[in-house]
Design a protein around this ligand. Structure first.
Ligand code: AMP
Length: 402
């Protein structure tokens, strides 16, 4: 029997998201989520796509090991167990691959050791990713496991975009440079945008705007990333749901020296209590739009700050690329919030950018153009699919051995 299934695992500090895909037709067989691992109120929600059944369990799940065993149990109940000969590999999302991992990589002890060495630059994400990998390896030691790195797509950035203007000796000693994140999404969306234009990715220049709760922009020249808005960590760049994005680094000195805040407090402030949430108390764009419609000025200002930053990045990446074939919106906000697309593109006619109000108002989950016919630069909405991209990259690496 040919093994054509790939299990995609995205392990966070207290959660595991998973999808089982069949790579013959890239269909989803099962999807699910374990949340609040380590608490009394852990929850597993599992859906089998063939039967349409969804099962939910609440109750304590002590750790990632128990979480993955519970997931394996649910998959087994649907005849999709981890012991199936049809399972070709497990693909893991790994947030930080540093400079070393430029491609998806079959996991061995060496790879694990390098991901571990990167923990100082990704203290929130890499430990959880590692736990997921170790647990999955223990369950199926014989199965190929592949790490797909969020940073990999950005490793093509030239030095002038990747380096901060600080002493390179200090930067190198501490591995400080701009790595970028959401790379799996930027890779997938830039390729799908080329496909939507009927072109080869190597023929087009695309600005990708990944606007979810986390948000990042990238400049993609002929299929290769040349700049991106996130940096050493996901804190840099656009205004996000709860992250500030760009700010004068001296704000941090000021908060410490004058505000008397500790480094941990500042970290929490900028990562978890800033952005849209910090500005107006809400990080969900639906809620912010509702409040604006009711005349809420705080929400309106938060929206304006968000759009202003986004516009600055569109302009900056236009300049970096020189010529642009398309601007692509993706992720929760980018795919769903027509007012964000309209406001971000408004006034950019001089750059050949415009949005057709009727096309922009259409709700759909397929890739589509929202720019007027014949526009010099296309504006596109392209749903991202990070799980499919991880599965595709994983299968490409191991599937050929089947
Ligand atoms: P993501 O991180 O890609 O899952 O995106 C999550 C965010 O997308 C949410 O916090 C919302 O701000 C936003 N979002 C989701 N659906 C909508 C919608 N229909 N309209 C506006 N924003 C949305």
């Amino acid at each position: 029997m040919t093994a054509t299934r790939v299990l995609v695992l995205n392990s966070g500090s207290s959660s595991v998201k998973y999808q089982l895909l069949d790579m013959r037709d890239r269909s989803r067989l099962a999807v699910g989520l374990v949340e609040r691992i380590g608490e009394q109120t852990s929850r597993l929600r599992h859906t089998c796509l063939a039967s349409g059944d969804t099962r939910e369990h609440t109750g304590p799940i002590a750790d990632h090991d128990a979480a993955l065993k519970a997931v394996a149990g649910e998959l087994g109940r649907d005849g999709l167990g981890l012991d199936s000969p049809e399972l070709a590999a497990i693909g893991h999302r790994v947030v930080h691959g540093g400079m070393f991992f430029t491609e998806p990589t079959v996991i061995d002890d060496e790879v694990l050791a390098e991901v571990e060495r990167l923990i100082p630059v990704a203290p929130l994400h890499n430990p959880a990713n590692l736990t997921g990998i170790r647990t999955a390896r223990a369950l199926r030691p014989d199965l190929p496991q592949v790490a797909v790195f969020d940073t990999a797509f950005h490793t093509t950035m030239p030095e002038q975009a990747a380096r901060y203007a600080i002493d390179p000796k200090i930067a190198d000693r501490h591995r400080i440079r701009r790595y970028g994140f959401h790379g799996t999404s930027h890779a997938y969306v830039s390729r799908e945008t080329a496909r939507l234009l009927g072109k080869d990715p190597a023929e087009v220049n695309v600005i990708v705007l990944h606007l979810g709760n986390g948000a990042s922009a990238s400049a993609v020249r002929r299929g290769r990333c040349v700049d991106t808005s996130m940096g050493l960590t996901p804190l840099e760049g656009l205004v996000m749901g709860t992250r500030s994005g760009d700010l004068d680094p001296a704000v941090i000195f000021h908060l410490a020296r004058v505000g008397g805040m500790s480094m941990d407090e500042i970290d929490t402030l900028l990562n978890k209590r800033s952005g849209l949430f910090g500005l107006c108390g809400d990080n969900d764009m639906r809620e912010i739009r509702r409040r604006i419609d009711e005349g809420d000025e705080e929400a309106a200002l938060a929206f304006d700050i968000y759009i202003h930053r986004l516009k600055k990045y569109i302009g900056a990446y236009y300049a970096v690329l020189g010529t642009v074939d398309a601007v692509a919106f993706t992720a929760g906000v980018g795919e769903n919030a027509a007012p964000v697309r309209e406001a971000a593109i408004a006034g950019l006619e001089g750059l050949g950018l415009a949005v057709d109000p009727e096309l922009n108002a259409v709700r759909a989950d397929r890739a589509r153009l929202v720019s007027p016919e014949g526009a010099r630069v296309a504006v596109a909405v392209v749903p991202t699919d990070e799980e499919l991209e991880i599965a595709t990259q994983t299968y490409a690496l191991v599937g050929k051995n089947n």
